[in-house]
Design a protein around this ligand. Structure first.
Ligand code: NAD
Length: 346
């Protein structure tokens, strides 16, 4: 396949790009290179004849038309987005423009291209979304693909809106779409403003490790390379117009994630005291969803997919990756807002 990947210089998009090229697919990486992007994430495949890069902003429809015409992809995997909930609280406008208007532009550019090509049967528009569109759960229950949408943050509301557009372009125009909603990812190349890298890097710096509220929020953690594997399966084998929830089968409270990382660091890089001594409880995020959990039966039963690593294995690999790749994360710590407490405006 020739895959047009948007957001391929980000965390999950770059995992998709690396895996797709490794498996012999051609990839066109379309990315605006915002603060969250890093081309080093795809350095391992950048010299491959299968790889091409286009610096392009999905808010610019004319540029997208040119990219589609120049590269003539077989399928599209749309990951480009503003992705950080705390930034969406401070500045929701970018989330509306990229996640909603940008997805609209992608759908229209893809539709125009698909029609111009004579509606090829294998064409797919794969929209990558989040379980946060479903809102929050209590102590029990799981999100299925039929759970009603109830987003609570500007980020999740903008992703919910984009999901609705994708569905409508399928129902109204017959655009061949597949959709996925996945749980929290973690792993190598995770931008240093997200929970797991923040914990690792604050611990290594000897700084307070911030835990929002009481740390009781539960997430279903998915190793990013498992997610990339699931996404390539869905774009190839997913049923048209269908959405698939993707989870790691690894529910954990934030405080337990933090404690586990501290214990791994105690073994790998022992300090004068246990890293857990640095844990510091801070004011909670406004509208902080209590619990997310994915019912993964559809992707498991219909497509035969399951995550390959447990959260303990994945965290061990992730911590080791950050210890081994200091040059990568040090360069990103200078970017605006990184290392600061964001999203506290109520
Ligand atoms: P990220 O923030 O690491 O990367 C986003 C990428 O999109 C960056 O490279 C950025 O430069 C690019 N981008 C942003 N705005 C753009 C624009 N206007 N035009 C072109 N490129 C633009 O995000 P991520 O964590 O890799 O998430 C990727 C996708 O997966 C997003 O759609 C997100 O909603 C979804 N998702 C993420 C998670 C998670 O845990 N990280 C979970 C579920 C779903």
């Amino acid at each position: 396949m020739k895959i047009l990947v948007t957001g391929g210089a980000g965390f999950i998009g770059s995992a998709v790009v690396r895996l797709a090229v490794t498996r012999g697919h051609a990839v066109v990486n379309v990315d605006a290179l915002t603060y969250a992007a890093c081309l080093d994430n795809v350095a391992s495949v950048a010299d491959s004849p299968l790889y091409a890069f286009e610096q392009a902003d999905i808010r610019d429809r004319a540029v997208l038309d040119r990219v589609f015409a120049a590269h003539r992809p077989d399928v599209v995997m749309h990951l480009a987005a503003e992705s950080h909930v705390d930034r969406s609280i401070d500045g929701p406008g970018d989330f509306i423009e990229t996640n909603i208007n940008g997805t609209y532009n992608m759908l229209e550019a893809a539709r125009a291209y698909w029609v111009a090509e004579g509606k090829p049967a294998g064409f797919r528009f794969h929209h990558i979304s989040t379980d946060e569109v479903f809102g929050t759960l209590g102590d029990t229950g799981q999100f299925t693909e039929d759970t009603p949408y109830a987003p609570n943050s500007p980020y999740s509301a903008s992703k919910a809106a984009s999901d609705h557009l994708v569905r409508a372009w399928h129902e109204t125009y017959g655009l061949p779409v597949v959709m996925t909603n996945c749980s929290n990812n973690y792993g190598p190349f995770h931008f240093p403003e997200k929970l797991i890298p923040v914990v690792i890097l604050k611990a290594l710096a000897g700084a307070p490790i911030p835990v929002y509220g009481q740390g009781l929020n539960v997430r279903d953690w998915l190793y990013v390379e498992d997610h990339a594997d699931a996404l390539l399966l869905v774009v190839e084998k997913g049923k048209l117009g269908r959405s698939y929830n993707i989870g790691g089968e690894n529910e954990m409270r934030n405080i337990d994630i933090v404690q586990t990382i501290c214990t791994i660091l105690d073994e790998k890089r022992p300090g004068n005291q246990a890293y857990a001594e640095q844990i510091s409880y801070v004011t909670d995020r406004p509208g902080h969803d209590l619990r997310y959990a994915i019912d993964p039966s559809r992707i498991r039963d219909e497509l035969g997919w399951r995550p390959s690593v447990t959260v303990e294995e994945g965290l061990e690999k992730t911590v080791q990756w950050y210890l081994d790749n200091e040059d990568w994360w040090r360069a990103l710590q200078d970017r605006a807002g990184v290392g600061e407490r964001l999203g506290v405006k109520a």
